[in-house]
Design a protein around this ligand. Sequence first.
Ligand code: ZN
Length: 142
Amino acid sequence: MTEKTTPDGCPCCFLPTIWYRGGHEICGVCRWHDDGQDDPDADAVWGGPNYQYSLTAARANFRDHYHKYDLGTGPDHIKDPSPERLALVDYVKEILSGKMELDRAKLLELEKATIKISDADRAELEQFQRELKAQVARERKA
Ligand SMILES: [Zn+2]
C-alpha cells in the first residue's frame, strides 16, 4: 500500500483537508465531521457528529461564513475564533475568491496552527506531568 501524499476534498467545503474519506476526520476549515455522507444523500440529516446539519445545510453555511454551523452558533473556538482561526479563514477567503492559488502545504500549516493547545491547557498539562513524575518517583522509593 502506498502512502497518500495528498488529502481528498472535504465533502462540505471541498478543500483538501480530509485524508481518508468517510474516516471520521474533522475538516479543520469548515469543521464538517466526515462520517461518509456525500452527494447522493446530501439533504439528509444523519445526526451524530454533524448534529442537526444536513450536508446541504452545512455547505450553505460554509459558503456564507466559512464553517458548518449556523451563524453565531457552534463551539467557542468557532464563535470566538483565535487569531490562528482567523488567519486560516482569511486564507480560505483568498482561495475561494480566486485571488490566490491553493497551496496545500500552507493550508495544512494554517489548519494545524488552529489546533495547537492554549497556554492554559499547556500549563495544566505540565502540572499534571510534574505530579505524575513525582508520583512515579515516590512509588519507586516505596
Ligand atoms: Zn471542510
